[in-house]
Design a protein around this ligand. Structure first.
Ligand code: AMP
Ligand code: ZN
Length: 458
C-alpha cells in the first residue's frame, strides 16, 4: 500500500519513496536543553515517533538522527538575544554543560515515559564544532557569505530563491523590518553562521576566526550531513521551524553542497492550552511531572495526542486529558476481553480491518481515523483472540502498550486490605476473603480473582 506524506516543500501530499530502497534516512530537530520540555514540545516528538512507527510498519529500516541543541540557540529564533544555555547557566548558577546534561537526561526520561522510540543517532551540537566549522568554511569558499565586525553572515541574496518552505516575500520582510535591525546586515533574511564571541561569552571555541560560537541553524546542517549525507529522505520539526530555522538550513545547504538536504519536510502543529498559547505568565506551561502530579500518566497524554491530526492544532484541557485517560483504560479492558475470548472470526474480517487501519495511517498519518478503526475492533461483539492479535499489531503504530495492564497506585489502606485478603485466600478462609473484598469495593475499587491472582481496578 502506498504511503502518502504531506511535504511542506511542495505543499501537498506525495507518495513516499526513499532515496535508497534499504533505508529511510531522517533528521529531526531536537530539543534545546536549557529547561524541562513542556507538553507542547513533546507533541512534536510524539509526531516524530508516530512517523518512525508508521515507516517501520511499512517495512522500512530507519537511520534517524536527532540533535541536542546545547549551544547557539538564541532567545529569539533569529539572531537576537542571549544564548538560551547562557540564560539557564545564570539562572541556576551552574556550568552550561551541567545544565545541558541535566535537561538532556530529563528529556530522555520523558521520551521513555511516552514510549517514544529513540532515534538511532543522538548528536550534540557541542560535540560537532569541527564539522560546523568545516561546513561554514565551505560556504565561505563558495561565495555565499560576508563578514561584519562580529559575525559571518549568510548572504541570502546570492541564492536563486530564499524562502522555499514558507514562500516568504523578501520584499515585504524588508518593509516590515524593525528599526533596530543590525546595520551591518545586508538583507533582512541574512542570518549568522559564525559569531565572534565577546570577552565574557560563556561557550566559545578556537576556530579559524578566533574565539567563536556557531549560529543555531548550522548545527542541524552539519550534523545532518555527517550522519545522513548531503541528501536524505525526511526532515522533521515543529511548525515554528518553517519560516526561519528550516529556511536557513535549506539556504546553508544550497550554499555548501548545492542541494536541498531533504526530499520531505514535515512539520507538526502546535499544542494550545485552553485555546491559547502556553506561557509562563499564564502559569500554563505544563511538563510531564505536572501531569503526573495530577494523577495522569505520560501514556494518557500519548493517547490524548491521537485525538487530532498532527497538522492540526490540538487544544489541551485537563478535561480532555481525563477523557483520554478513561479512553485508554477502556481500550486496555477491551483488548483484555478479546484476549480472553474464544470466538473464531473470518480472515476476511481481519484483513478488512487491517486494510482500513493501513489506509488511515498511510494517508499522512491520519491517527484520529486509525483510532476509529481500533475502536471498531474493540467494540466487536464476538470476543476473539484473533482481534487481540490484530490490536497488538496496530499497537506497533500506536505504542500504547495496549496489552500491559495498568498499574494503579493504591492508597495505603487499600494495599493493606489486599495483602490481608491474599493471606486469607492462601489460608482458604473464604468468608474472610469475601468480607475483605466487600471492604475494598466500598473504598471504590473492583476486585477480580484471576488465575494470575487478584486484579484491582478503580
Ligand atoms: P525547543 O526545545 O525550544 O527547540 O523546541 C523543541 C520543539 O518543540 C521544536 O520542534 C518546536 O517546534 C516544538 N514546540 C515548541 N512549542 C510547541 C507547542 N506549543 N506545540 C508543539 N510543538 C512545540
Ligand atoms: Zn534543527
Amino acid at each position: 500500500m502506498e504511503l502518502k506524506l504531506y511535504n511542506t516543500l511542495s505543499k501537498q501530499k506525495e507518495v513516499f519513496k526513499p532515496i535508497n530502497d534499504d533505508k529511510v534516512r531522517m533528521y529531526s530537530c531536537g530539543p534545546t536543553v536549557y529547561y524541562y520540555a513542556h507538553i507542547g514540545n513533546l507533541r512534536t516528538y510524539l509526531f516524530m515517533d508516530n512517523l518512525r512507527r508508521v515507516l517501520k510498519y511499512n517495512g522500512y529500516n530507519l537511520l534517524h538522527a536527532m540533535n541536542i541543541t546545547d549551544v547557539g540557540h538564541l532567545v529569539s529564533d533569529a539572531d537576537e538575544g542571549e544564548d538560551k544555555m547562557a540564560v539557564a547557566a545564570k539562572r541556576e548558577n551552574k556550568d552550561p554543560y551541567e545544565i545541558a546534561e541535566f535537561y538532556t537526561n530529563r528529556f530522555m526520561e520523558d521520551l521513555k515515559k511516552l514510549n517514544i522510540g529513540k532515534p538511532e543517532i543522538i548528536c550534540k551540537a557541542t560535540e560537532h564544532i569541527k564539522e560546523m566549522e568545516e561546513y561554514v568554511l565551505q560556504i565561505i569558499k563558495n561565495g555565499y557569505t560576508y563578514e561584519t565586525e562580529n559575525t559571518i553572515y549568510f548572504d541570502t541574496s546570492k541564492l536563486d530563491k530564499y524562502g522555499l518552505l514558507s514562500n516568504i516575500k523578501v520584499e515585504e520582510q524588508k518593509a516590515g523590518a524593525r528599526v533596530d535591525f543590525d546595520k551591518e546586515k545586508k538583507n533582512v533574511t541574512d542570518f549568522a553562521l559564525w559569531i565572534k564571541a565577546p570577552e565574557n561569552h560563556i561557550m566559545k571555541w578556537d576556530t579559524f576566526w578566533g574565539k567563536c560560537y556557531p549560529g543555531w541553524h548550522i548545527e542541524c546542517s552539519a550534523m545532518g550531513r555527517k550522519y545522513l549525507g548531503d541528501h536524505f529522505d525526511i526532515h522533521t520539526g515543529g511548525i515554528d521551524h518553517i519560516p526561519i530555522h528550516h529556511e536557513n538550513e535549506i539556504a546553508q545547504s544550497k550554499g555548501c553542497t548545492g542541494k536541498i538536504p531533504a526530499t520531505f519536510w514535515m512539520h507538526s502543529e502546535f499544542l494550545l492550552i485552553d485555546g491559547g498559547k502556553m506561557s509562563k505568565s499564564l502559569n500554563n506551561v505544563y511538563t510531564i511531572s505536572d501531569l503526573e502530579a495530577k494523577g495522569f500518566s505520560a501514556m494518557d497524554y500519548r493517547m490524548f495526542n491521537f485525538t487530532s491530526h498532527y497538522r492540526n492544532k490540538l487544544n489541551f484541557t485537563w478535561d480532555s486529558l481525563e477523557s483520554a485517560k478513561i479512553a485508554l483504560n477502556r481500550l486496555k479492558e477491551g483488548y483484555q476481553k478479546h484476549e480472553e475470548g474464544t470466538k473464531q472470526v473470518s480472515n476476511e474480517k481481519i484483513e478488512e480491518y487491517k486494510n482500513k487501519f493501513n489506509e488511515a495511517i498511510n494517508d499522512d498519518l491520519n491517527m484520529p481515523l486509525a483510532m476509529s478503526v481500533v475502536w471498531e475492533v474493540i467494540k466487536e461483539n464476538d470476543k476473539s483472540k484473533q482481534y487481540a492479535e490484530l490490536l497488538r499489531k496496530f499497537d506497533e503504530v500506536l505504542g500504547l502498550k495496549i496489552d500491559e495492564k495498568n498499574e494503579i497506585d493504591l492508597p495505603e489502606e487499600v494495599k493493606e486490605l489486599v495483602e490481608e485478603r491474599k493471606l486469607a485466600r492462601e489460608n482458604k478462609d473464604w468468608a474472610k476473603s469475601d468480607e475483605l473484598r466487600d471492604r475494598i469495593v466500598q473504598m471504590g475499587y473492583f476486585v477480580k480473582d484471576t488465575k494470575n491472582g487478584m486484579e484491582i481496578t478503580k
